[in-house]
Design a protein. Structure first.
Length: 135
């Protein structure tokens, strides 16, 4: 992000499958930069992973192989783990760069929730669904 003031342009609905298995709709604000005109989506507190239907907590469980209270099928978990294997190195390098450049603090090793939010908010998140295709 260019670190300039933002104003709300509009809102959009975003469906998500929460950790209790219930589908909910979040209202995401689209923000515009007053200086460069770029549009940013305001992600609610590490709850959402861009381009994923499940909440961050579910995705972390899939990555960790936690099968307790599963609200997803095996193929979804396989695709999420394959996606994570493909993006982990990129995410960690960008997190290290942001830590050096802006003093951003992360857990050691960084947790999915904090890395995704920082990458998305700094426009370093891979923004196309087909950018990394597992398999």
């Amino acid at each position: 992000m260019c670190r300039e003031p933002l104003h709300e342009r509009t809102t959009i609905p975003r469906g998500i499958i929460c950790s209790d298995g219930v589908k909910r709709t979040l209202i995401i604000r689209l923000m515009a930069c007053d200086k460069c005109g770029s549009t940013h989506r305001e992600l609610p507190g590490g709850l959402v992973v861009p381009y994923k239907r499940h909440c961050t907590e579910n995705i972390q469980k899939m990555i960790d192989g936690d099968t307790r209270f599963m609200h997803w099928n095996a193929s979804t978990a396989w695709r999420i783990r394959a996606w994570w294997d493909a993006v982990t190195v990129y995410f960690l390098y960008v997190a290290a760069s942001l830590k050096e450049k802006y003093g951003s603090e992360f857990a050691d090793p960084p947790v999915l929730r904090e890395v995704v939010q920082v990458l998305a908010n700094t426009n370093n998140y891979i923004c196309t669904r087909s950018a990394i295709t597992p398999g």
